[in-house]
Design a protein around this ligand. Structure first.
Ligand code: RNT
Ligand code: ZN
Length: 419
């Protein structure tokens, strides 16, 4: 689209929104402050760079074999750099422990140190982005069903040591990059069928977490989150780290909860949890995802779930209290395209939310004018939203509309298809 057209369309949209009392300039300013933590694992199907990396385990799965997966650290960085050029705003990168710069030497998970991640820090500095981190408690011979909740003490200690080191690495990121880094902990522990000793497993997990989090690290450098789940493949009947388990733990220990959109009952919305949890917790971590049937990790699209989530955050005036991460993996399509579409759709959801006349809506609701509330909410769905989005992308020197796809296809043709 020509610049002139984008501007004319934006001026028209600005007026339309102003009729509802919405200031589009203010919305764009707020949007430009939102950082999304891009999950590094979309680029290589959660494989990582441990020499002789094994299969993905832990009840998560990547399906498909589209050509062009990043095979090493420089290909992954190159792909992420490309993704960043297609996103308006400043974003972060979320690393998993298995993405260290290990070279050819096998470093076991209980031996990793900040030195193995220094090249990421150097890269992040040159890209002017911040980093987040995750312990990797899966795809490992010692992660056979149970990790931190294992009945085998040696197994528990191995994973406690891994997570301890991961937190130190996270704090190193935060210090070096001058932005508190989120360390998120998710473990796959659970059972396929009816489990009778749930209490013991959960007690053991609590004990392991206590051993991990008793080390206090500087909150300017690290923010800890714990991620719950309803079920995984092979852990259909019992997941040790359930929602109630981690909600209790996080509130008691003042950690953040990580809510993954694919980790709840299919009709349960995490959007509705925001206004409740924020009364008891300073900050939350999100894994923006799309659950489909058994899979919790389809590519994010601009659907009602994501929009509703963004709306709840904006309506609660909580943008500063929410850490937004993406979590999906799809190997059946162009991986770079998946990243870009998922991240852009998430940003669009926040723009949609920022363009809602929520002050007015709250007033009408308080006055019992429910049909007015419903009418405006419906109107918002067909407002000239795309004109504001396109204008924003253009202002940020980022492609819009069809250009995005052209860029994705060009990169595939020139780079990834040759891998
Ligand atoms: C798994 C969790 C977890 C992982 C990543 C790879 O169900 O969602 O966040 O997807 O750590
Ligand atoms: Zn997740």
């Amino acid at each position: 689209m020509k610049k002139r057209n984008t501007h004319a369309a934006y001026e028209f949209a600005k007026e339309q929104y102003a009729n509802y009392g919405v200031d589009t300039e203010k919305a764009l300013k707020l949007l430009s402050n939102i950082s999304i933590s891009l999950h590094c694992w979309q680029g290589d199907d959660v494989t990582g760079f441990e020499p002789k990396a094994g299969d993905l385990t832990g009840g998560i799965a990547v399906t498909g074999n589209h050509q062009g997966k990043a095979r090493n650290i420089s290909e992954l960085r190159m792909d992420i750099e490309k993704v960043l050029t297609l996103l308006p705003g400043n974003h972060r990168l979320n690393l998993h422990a298995i993405y260290g710069d290990f070279g050819k030497k096998y470093i076991d998970r209980n031996e990793i140190t900040p030195a193995h991640y220094k090249s990421w820090v150097d890269w992040a500095k040159s890209e002017k982005i911040k980093l987040d981190f995750n312990a990797t408690c899966f795809s490992h011979p010692k992660a056979d069903g149970f990790t931190l909740s294992s009945k085998d003490k040696a197994i528990r200690e191995f994973w406690i040591e891994h997570v301890r080191r991961c937190r130190e690495i996270t704090a190193y990121f935060g210090k070096e990059l001058k932005s508190a880094s989120v360390h998120n902990l998710w473990i796959p522990d659970g059972m396929k069928d009816m489990t009778v000793d749930k209490f013991t497993y959960r007690s053991l997990l609590k004990e392991s977490l206590d051993a991990i989090y008793k080390t206090k690290l500087n909150s300017d450098y690290i923010k800890d989150s714990v991620e719950s789940k309803l079920f995984g493949i092979g852990s259909e009947s019992f997941v040790v780290g359930s929602h109630e388990f981690y909600m209790g733990y996080a509130l008691q220990k003042k950690l953040m909860m990580c809510l993954d959109m694919g980790h709840f009952h299919p009709t349960e919305s995490i959007a509705d949890k925001i206004s409740a949890l924020l009364l008891y917790s300073d900050e939350l971590m999100l894994h923006v995802s799309r659950g489909i049937r058994w899979d919790s990790d389809h590519i994010v699209i601009l659907n009602d779930d994501v929009r509703e989530l963004a709306l709840e955050i904006v309506r609660a005036n909580a943008l500063k209290r929410i850490n937004i991460g993406l979590d999906f993996f799809d190997a059946s399509v162009n991986r770079l395209g998946a990243w870009v579409i998922g991240a852009r759709s998430t940003l669009k959801a926040f723009l949609f939310a920022l363009l809602e006349p929520s002050t007015e809506l709250k007033k009408l609701e308080g006055q019992g004018k429910y049909i007015d509330r419903l009418a405006i909410l419906e109107d918002m769905k067909t407002m000239p939203f795309d004109a504001v989005w396109n204008y924003y992308c253009e202002k940020e020197n980022v492609a819009t509309g069809k250009q995005v796809l052209e860029e994705i296809n060009k990169y595939e043709k020139q780079i990834t298809i040759k891998r």
